[in-house]
Write a protein that binds this ligand. Structure first.
Ligand code: URA
Length: 243
């Protein structure tokens, strides 16, 4: 159980991390078309089992199906995603990079460090959230995923979302946002506006924001403020302590 001093220390640390991350002062928050995503043959984790077992069955399926399509065959291993099966918040990125390919874990490189700072600024730890990508294997030379690669990998992501059923999804960058919201609109127009993941009976709020790698490449006051403003909307919706 946290003491009051612990709680005050935690809030002070969050303020500090937020300022370091975004270069802006911490601003306290105010109080206050369906479509078919394909489900490939054989992607049916055992019905009636809990989310942990279903997620594990899906992970084993991803291992067995790797590399999913010939253009991903230069990848070393699949990168399934990680986090608690009952996570309230799920981040969806684009595709594993070199370090993710080496380790089999999502977001462990420079973009991952920035993502961890964002998570900390929300008052959470990495282990509190689920982190996944659309692509479950690294594309050659880290290029943007092709439509074929997205189609080959996306059903695993859809199934992951169906199992975890987070309260909120944050999409990181254009490919993830376009797939999750099934739109061709650009990320600059979509970011900061709530959308919805609609799949079968599921309706999950989606907050699109810039990819941390984009944030690192364009580390301006304006971009940092935009990302933090997007993230604050999620903090508010989830009623996180930093709100
Ligand atoms: N970029 C992504 O989109 N995903 C990762 O896992 C790493 C970098």
């Amino acid at each position: 159980m946290n003491t009051q001093a612990d709680a005050q220390q935690r809030v002070a640390l969050q303020h500090l991390q937020t300022e370091q991350l975004l270069g802006v002062d911490f601003v306290p928050l105010p109080t206050g078309d369906s479509r078919e995503i394909p489900d490939p043959v054989g992607l049916q984790p055992p019905a009636g089992e809990g989310p942990v077992a279903r997620l594990e069955a899906l992970r084993l399926q991803v291992e067995a199906d790797f590399p999913f399509c010939s253009s991903l065959s230069s990848a070393t291993r699949p990168v399934f995603g990680e986090g608690p099966a009952n996570a309230r918040l799920m981040f969806v990125g684009e595709a594993p990079g070199a370090q993710e390919d080496q380790t089999g874990r999502p977001f462990v490189g420079a973009a991952g460090q920035k993502l961890e700072q964002i998570i900390a600024a929300m008052g959470l730890e990495r282990d509190d959230v689920y982190i996944a990508n659309i692509l479950k294997a690294r594309p050659p030379d880290n290029r943007t995923p092709t439509i074929d690669e997205i189609e080959a990998s996306a059903p695993y992501l859809s199934k992951q979302l169906d199992i975890i059923q987070p309260e909120v999804i944050i999409t990181l960058g254009a490919p993830a946002t376009k797939f999750i919201l099934q739109t061709n609109e650009g990320i600059s127009r979509l970011r900061g506006r709530w959308g919805t993941w609609e799949h079968e009976d599921l309706r999950i709020p989606v907050m699109p924001t810039f990819h941390p790698a984009y944030l690192l490449r364009n580390y301006t006051q304006e971009t940092r403020k935009q990302v933090w403003s997007d993230i604050q909307k999620v903090v508010e919706l989830l009623g996180l302590p930093s709100a």
